[in-house]
Design a protein around this ligand. Structure first.
Ligand code: GAR
Length: 188
């Protein structure tokens, strides 16, 4: 199974995928890692791991549609079976989803459909829920919407900060992402 991974930030979930592939625990080929902006640590660490990388910079295109088209063409050039959003903080177009036959996997640091968006951890804490978690799902063209594949709960402690809670969620998120990819890769 060939995957392309999209990042906007540090790519620590991506690192878990890279580590699992290197350890022989995950039978996928990471065809490329792409970002929507220059200077992400996700792309830097991928280059260091010897992976092909690319940037389709959102701010370099006059319109969103042109960026969408460029991103779709670039990702399609690697002919992936599955595209993975690993903290990719841009909505993609319906055409993008169609091009990859709906095989666009996303992870989110909350129990969807609760607390979608860029601040899932902060929003859960602000609401005062006592349990949150993470979700791996097939993404559609909405904000963290689409069929759910796996979820796991994480208890919020009174002493938690957004950072401490997000880090605990990410530990679970990395495991769920790797195991979901392993299941998909093993499917006929
Ligand atoms: C992850 O927690 C991911 O779920 C979240 O961004 C973080 C990226 O971390 N994505 C979203 O919030 C999507 N709405 P990473 O760059 O260290 O992998």
């Amino acid at each position: 199974m060939r995957i392309v991974v999209l990042v906007s930030g540090t790519g620590s979930n991506l690192q878990a995928v890279i580590d699992a592939v290197k350890a022989g625990e995950l039978d996928v080929e990471i065809a490329a890692v792409g970002a929507d902006r220059e200077g992400t640590y996700g792309v830097e660490r991928s280059s260091e791991a010897g992976l092909e990388t690319f940037v389709v910079n959102f701010n370099s295109f006059p319109t969103r549609a042109e960026w969408d088209d460029a991103l779709t063409a670039r990702v399609a050039s690697y002919a992936p079976d599955v595209v993975v959003s690993s903290g990719f903080m841009r909505i993609v177009s319906p055409e993008f989803i169609d091009t990859f036959n709906g095989k666009y996997l996303n992870t989110h640091p909350a129990l969807l459909p609760a607390f979608p968006g860029a601040h899932g951890v902060r929003d859960a804490m602000a609401y005062g829920v006592k349990v949150t978690g993470c979700t791996v799902h097939w993404a559609d063209a909405g904000v963290d919407t689409g069929p759910i594949i796996a979820q796991e709960a994480v208890v919020i402690e009174d002493s938690d900060t957004e950072e401490s809670l997000h880090e605990r969620i990410k530990v679970v998120e990395r495991r769920l992402l790797v195991s979901t990819l392993a299941t998909l890769a093993a499917a006929p």
